[in-house]
Design a protein around this ligand. Structure first.
Ligand code: SF4
Length: 306
């Protein structure tokens, strides 16, 4: 996994004080884990070792991971296993809808591993999952964090037709680092996907996310914000990259919280509406709040109940 840039980076750098977080196990966490196991579901929270698990689980939210725990891609920052993917569980959509019902979720986030082995990239399974969640939970808002479907507009249409409330697709980092960080992805293809969502259904709220600390330059991050503005993207999450294991891409820099604040104001200046920017932010962190923020802005500041 280590590439020439990694070797040049040399010694690991020490974690700063603002990145120390204790994981406190609570009964809510146990309850969610029990439910998820009983319904044979997976969460990206657990698979990607998210630092916010305790906080989110205690609030009764989780990000469900569909189509198995094995990805067909191998991004250098990602803790999810890669290799031969698992068989699709056709009961997963109804089981997930059941979990949303039993957890009384007002806002459900669903993501997946990338399934380049499937002709539609898993678009139909995503759509079935949205339809089942809405059938059992008509008032629950649904956010999908989707892969790039290799740029297939047909697959994107299938997902959009199921009417999710928010469509999220992460750019993850700046284009100059793609060959190191996500070699099977394409920056322009990902930006085009976000543009296509707005072209196909302008009413869909779009979202993207990036990690900092991988060696990106400030002008590259600001240029990425311009690309998101150009794509009419509504929501942006910005968090610190944390190395999941010694075999993963090494952290180049721990970014100070003041820099996250700077980027938040720069993104807001460029018209992005809902922004979460701080070291522990992850794609679906405070997802429901950011959604309501955008709705409120779009309705001229009216308070949107949660
Ligand atoms: S495509 Fe997604 S799940 Fe797969 S390795 Fe990359 S980040 Fe992880």
């Amino acid at each position: 996994m280590q590439n020439s840039l990694q070797q040049k980076l040399g010694k690991e750098i020490e974690k700063p004080p603002w990145l120390r977080k204790r994981l406190t196990l609570t009964k809510e966490i146990d309850a969610i884990n029990l439910l998820i196991n009983r319904l044979s579901l997976n969460t990206v929270c657990q698979e990607a070792m998210c630092p916010n698990q305790a906080e989110c689980f205690t609030k009764g939210t989780a990000t469900f991971l569909i189509m198995g725990k094995v990805c067909t891609r191998n991004c250098a920052f990602c803790a999810i296993k890669h290799g031969i993917p698992e068989e699709i569980d056709l009961d997963e959509p109804i089981n997930l809808a059941q979990a949303v019902l039993q957890l009384h979720l007002q806002y459900a986030v669903v993501t997946s591993v990338t399934r380049d082995d499937l002709h539609d990239g898993g678009a139909r399974h995503f759509a079935k999952t949205v339809i089942e969640i809405k059938r059992l939970n008509p008032n629950t808002k649904i956010e999908l964090l989707i892969p790039d479907f290799k740029g297939s507009v047909d697959s994107l249409n299938i997902v959009i037709d199921s009417r999710p409330d928010v469509l999220n697709h992460n750019l993850e980092t700046v284009p100059s680092l793609y060959s190191f960080i996500r070699p099977q992805a394409d920056y322009n293809r990902s930006v085009q996907l976000l543009k296509n969502v707005k072209r196909i259904n302008p009413g869909t709220i779009t979202k993207s996310g990036i990690m900092l600390g991988l060696g990106e330059k400030e002008n590259e991050v600001l240029a990425l914000f311009d690309d998101l503005t150009d794509a009419n993207c509504d929501i942006l999450t910005i968090g610190q990259y944390l190395q999941p294991s010694p075999n993963h891409y090494r952290v180049v820099e721990y970014i100070h919280p003041s820099v996250f604040a700077f980027y938040e104001s720069e993104a807001r200046k460029r018209g992005l509406k809902g922004i979460a920017s701080s070291p522990f932010v992850r794609s679906s962190y405070r997802a429901d709040e950011l959604f309501r923020e955008v709705l409120s802005l779009e309705s001229g500041g009216k308070e949107i109940a949660g």
